[in-house]
Design a protein around this ligand. Structure first.
Ligand code: GLU
Length: 598
């Protein structure tokens, strides 16, 4: 295991401010490059969380790479500069518009449960009851077989021009030379310091000297650089069965804790689980909303179906001519209803019978729309509908619960000069995932398996989201691509746990019904109703003129922090591209175009 993990050098003094000292020379201090949330131009575009990852993608596009090539470069670089939300230890969903065939396709790179002991993995054998969430969440038990690298390889096989080794180069370089810590990175590290401190390789890597690296210091990850180099040399086999995989499995089976820290649950993952992992080619969900063809992610994500169902419900109302209060009221109610159906019916479709066609039918949407009272908010939990027998009336069934709204993922978009588009959401689940870094390898392991329900949630009806061997936990990730008259017009997505769905829905509503530009649609204040008694709302949403009117209709809000961190690209006439990210949420995101205004 290499001695040296990270060197930081403070901007102010230029002195090494760290703990683990070793051979790497101290990096020179420099200010963090500014993030530009909006760019317009041509020749290709990228919007992602960090300046380095966006630049990596733009460089690949400039060298003639496709959107898929650039996406791999962006994702791998995010593994360095955004390590608490994504990287080799996680998974995600890749949606691709192929300009040659004019089709949208998907790759499901979601983590899977190990084959062994999975059905009962979250049941405490000593009590026969589910483990507390807190017990499971920072442990080897929560770690799913990562799908990230397999997704990159599959995307390149299908749509790439360069090799995986080529596309990993920018990330390897950033890991080796380091990047300037942003205030957001410092804040994120502080917020997960207790978790990182519990596991020795994580503390060593991310808490040099026992504290979060300061904004302005340079952070390197030589172990990750070496891991990327090994994958460049040996291919994905190094991970899915080779030396990296062996280290990963050993870590899951026996998480390395710091002296004195409580012993976490171990995980059942074996090398054979890594060998068996496949990223799955798939067909996107599709609905037509006011002439726009909206393509999303099918199960194992609930994103495409839930966004699609909610849009179908809204399609029953004249959203663009309603006043702001009524438009937002209908948005919240459509989301409330769609979430009830999501929770009842959606899981990994290889394991449960998901009525995708029925949930996305206009007839079912009409039956759900009839339940929206323009004068009164619904009372959650509302019951799911019956997509197998939709009628004008309302069905009754067991109620559903809402999900968490944490934002611990990233979404990015890429367009190339041929017109190919990537909309890719990737994650390690919670911020810093399980908290466990694979020793000597420089990346954190996910805790995605906690997206399963540990015990049935649907009363006497079956729960579609219980663990089983090789099953993928239900996700909310909603990478989306929209076409109009057969031509792409928009790609968008966001992190945010279950709020991903409402964020994507709200942006589409803002853009297509409420007349906002894409940057405004992304910047607009958000609220998220997920079949709960209260709607999560940003302070800015509660300051809208409509907020009082919504409360008068019985909408109840819980004021909270930022919801989502969206990234989008709009394809303007004559091939121009409008790349739009967040002006301020999570420290802002970084948009750039190959040629034009950056
Ligand atoms: N694990 C979540 C999902 O798949 C994403 C995590 C997040 O965005 O916080 O839906």
């Amino acid at each position: 295991m290499p001695l040296k993990r990270i060197v930081t050098a403070t901007m102010a003094t230029g002195l090494a401010a760290v703990c683990v000292v070793a051979s790497a020379p101290a990096a020179s201090a420099r200010p963090a490059p500014p993030r530009t949330p909006v760019a317009e131009g041509s020749g290709g575009a990228v919007v992602s969380d960090t300046v380095e990852s966006t630049q990596a993608g733009i460089d690949v596009l400039r060298r003639g790479g496709t959107a898929a090539d650039a996406a791999v470069a962006v994702a791998a670089t995010l593994g360095v500069t955004d390590p608490y939300v994504a990287g080799l230890g996680g998974g995600g969903y890749f949606v691709y518009y192929d300009a040659r065939t004019k089709t949208v396709s998907t790759i499901d790179g979601r983590e899977t449960t190990p084959a062994r002991d999975s059905s009962t993995m979250f049941i405490d054998p000593s009590t026969g009851k589910p483990y507390d969430f807190e017990t499971a969440v920072e442990s080897g038990r929560s770690v799913g077989v990562p799908g990230m690298l397999a997704t990159w390889q599959r995307a390149l096989q299908r749509w790439g021009k360069f090799s995986l080794a080529d596309n990993l180069k920018p990330a390897e370089k950033v890991a080796r030379h380091g990047f300037v810590v942003t205030p957001e990175f410092e804040r994120q590290t502080q917020s997960v310091a207790a978790k990182l401190g519990r596991f020795s390789p994580s503390a060593e890597l991310f808490l040099p000297g026992g504290a979060a690296p300061k904004a302005g210091s340079v952070l390197r990850n030589p172990d990750l650089a070496a891991t990327y180099r090994q994958i460049q040399r040996e291919g994905v086999g190094a991970f899915y069965g080779g030396a990296v995989g062996r280290d990963l499995v050993r870590t899951v089976q026996n998480p390395p804790v710091t002296p004195g820290a409580a012993t976490p649950l171990t995980g059942p993952m074996q090398l054979s689980d890594l060998r068996a992992y496949r990223a799955l080619d798939g067909t996107p969900t599709h609905i037509n909303y006011r002439g726009y063809d909206v393509y999303g992610m099918a199960p194992s994500s609930s994103g495409g179906i839930t966004v699609g169902e909610a849009l179908n419900i809204l399609g029953n109302f004249p959203m663009s001519t309603m006043d702001q209060t009524q438009a937002l009221h209908h948005y919240l109610e459509a989301s409330r209803l769609a979430f009830a159906d999501r929770n009842r019916y959606i899981g990994d479709a290889r394991y449960v019978d998901v009525p995708q066609r029925q949930l996305l039918s206009k007839r079912f949407a009409a039956s759900r729309a009839c339940q929206i009272d323009p004068n009164k908010a619904g009372t959650s939990p509302v019951a799911p509908g019956d997509p197998y027998a939709p009628g004008p009336g309302c069905t009754t069934a067991p109620a559903a619960s809402s999900d968490s709204n944490e934002q611990h993922t990233n979404h990015f978009v890429v367009a190339d000069k041929q017109g190919n588009i990537v909309s890719y959401t990737n994650t390690i689940e919670q911020l810093a995932g399980s908290g466990i870094t694979v020793p000597g390898r420089g990346f954190l392991l996910n805790n995605e398996l906690t997206d399963f329900n540990f015990a049935p949630t649907q009363g006497s009806a079956p729960d579609p989201n219980l663990p089983a061997p090789g099953k993928r936990p239900r996700s909310s990730m909603s990478p989306t691509i929209v076409l109009h008259d057969g031509k792409p017009v928009l790609a968008v997505g966001s992190p945010g746990g279950a709020t991903i769905i409402t964020t994507v829905l709200q942006i589409l509503l803002n853009r297509f019904d409420l007349g906002m530009s894409l940057p405004d649609a992304i910047a607009a204040p958000r609220a998220s109703q997920r079949n709960a008694a209260t709607t999560d709302a940003e302070a800015g949403f509660l300051a809208l003129p409509a907020a009082k009117g919504l409360e008068a209709l019985g909408q109840k809000f819980k004021s909270g922090g930022d919801i989502g961190v969206a990234a989008g690209i709009e394809i303007l006439p004559h091939g121009r591209l409008l790349a739009a990210g967040e002006p301020s949420r999570r420290g802002g995101t970084s948009a750039a175009v190959v040629t034009g205004k950056n």
